[in-house]
Design a protein around this ligand. Structure first.
Ligand code: NAD
Length: 425
């Protein structure tokens, strides 16, 4: 590669994938550079060019989009060749999936294949999507189909996205440093310059691309295993009939103890990443996955036992689920507990209703449940997502017999006053 050619004076960026991560990143970058947002979703691209922000739960995103369209620093397109030809930094931020517990990087490879139509000497390709260790470099043969040789003509880096919906702009601009791993010095210098410009916490330079990939995957594995431990310790607390919250809080007052909150692990990230590294020698992570998926069975048992305590058979009961999204105040259904929970609950034939302040009519249909936003005739309420609205529920209704609170949203003491059986995961 031409070491003397300094593209840092002429940085033009394409961000491939304008979803919950790609769009905020593109908007932050467009405050400093010319940015093209690329996506296969034609409707999304048309809306973005009209200034319509699809991610309403991302604070500040609508304003940035409006500013960047006005300054002409941002445009969206479905034309990959146009984007690739008109940029020299190519950031891939599309879904990396798991199929039958194995990574599926077909979308990333598809984007790489399209980038080669416009790949030029001195261009840099960055993967920001979460990648199994070693997989960014597996794109090299695909990119070399352009006829350009890796390192001699183009550079490669991995800079994992470490944020989540609702705090993406805050995190991208400086909640914690950006991890970067590059294949050569020139690429590292340019990539470092870009991320240091947008992130006021700077960068952590890793020794290799693989090392950078591991950082993000390990963050997810750490969370998953520790939540599994919290779930198991909660089970121990239940056996001894003590309040796990009280024990965890006291234990965590010691600086080496960080017991997490128990619960189901949902979303795009944590339930998937361990599968990027699990093999026959990683028993702990495999077991943690099993424990965390099993939370659904515990919740079902809580419903059955709670109703039994009130002499109500589950098949004769009316159950209201509060929250269908995977977490509070975010409109996202990826790996949501609501899906397996409802599927399992249906086997017992109760009448199932649901309410989620973020959901539309069609969403209830997808889950096969009826919309209901009151507690009339409801025997059991199950809280699955910690939407703010649920904190102040008016439970002053005589008919509710059981509440299963999987997120610890409600005040246990207050509920006792209503004579309701309260089960907290
Ligand atoms: N969502 C999160 O909280 C989060 C956090 C950190 C990292 N990540 C990682 O970021 C990556 C992207 O996640 P996301 O949440 O933005 O996903 P998303 O589903 O919100 O968005 C993905 C976008 O990619 C587009 N797309 C699909 N196929 C494409 C293709 N072939 N070419 C171009 N665009 C295509 C889709 O239309 C969509 O707009 C994943 O690897 C994920 O693991 C996500």
């Amino acid at each position: 590669m031409n070491k003397n050619k300094d593209i840092s004076k002429d940085i033009r960026i394409s961000v491939y994938g304008q979803g919950k991560m790609g769009l905020p990143l593109a908007q932050v970058m467009a405050q400093y550079y010319k940015v093209i947002g690329v996506d296969v979703n034609k409707n999304l691209v048309e809306n973005l060019n009209k200034g319509i922000n699809p991610i309403k739960d991302e604070p500040g995103l609508s304003e940035l989009l409006a500013q960047n369209l006005k300054s002409k620093n941002y445009e969206a397109t479905t034309d990959f060749s146009y984007a690739s030809k008109n940029s020299n930094i190519h950031i891939i931020l599309v879904p990396t999936l798991i199929k039958e517990n194995k990574p599926d990087l077909s979308i990333v490879r598809d984007v790489a294949k399209k980038i080669i139509n416009g790949l030029k000497k001195n261009d840099i390709i960055i993967t920001e999507c979460t990648m199994p260790p070693g997989s960014t470099e597996m794109l090299i043969p695909v990119l070399e189909e352009s006829g350009l040789k890796y390192l001699a003509y183009f550079g490669l880096a991995h800079c994992p996205e470490r944020t989540m919906t609702g705090t993406a702009i805050r995190d991208i601009t400086g909640q914690y440093p950006k991890i970067i791993g590059a294949g050569d010095e020139r690429t590292l210098k340019i990539v470092k310059e870009i991320y240091e410009k947008i992130n006021n916490k700077g960068t952590i330079v890793m020794s290799s691309i693989v090392a950078a990939e591991m950082v993000k995957v390990f963050e997810g594995c750490y969370r998953d295993v520790n939540i599994a431990l919290a779930n198991e310790l909660s089970y121990v607390c239940e056996k001894y009939k003590v309040n796990s919250e009280e024990i965890f809080k006291a234990a965590n007052s010691q600086p080496y103890c960080h017991i997490h909150n128990p619960g189901y692990v949902g979303g795009h990230c944590i339930p998937y990443y361990p599968w990027f590294v699990i093999d026959e020698n990683t028993e702990l992570m495999r077991t943690a996955r099993k424990i965390n998926e099993n939370v659904i069975n515990t919740l079902i048992m809580d419903v059955i036992e709670g109703l039994n305590e009130c002499n109500v058979a589950i098949r004769d009961s009316n159950i209201l689920i509060l929250g269908l999204t995977f977490r509070g105040d975010v409109y996202e259904f990826e790996h949501t507990p609501a899906k397996p929970f409802i599927e399992k609950l249906k086997k017992f034939n109760p009448k199932i209703y649901a309410y989620d302040p973020l959901c539309k009519e069609d969403d209830y249909k997808k889950f096969g449940v009826k919309f209901k936003n009151d507690f009339k005739n409801i025997d059991c309420v199950v809280i699955l997502a910690d939407h703010k609205e649920f904190k102040n529920l008016d439970l002053n209704l005589k008919n509710i017999k059981v509440i299963v609170d999987s997120r610890g949203v409600l005040d246990k003491e207050k509920i006792k006053d209503y004579g309701i059986v309260y089960k907290r995961l």
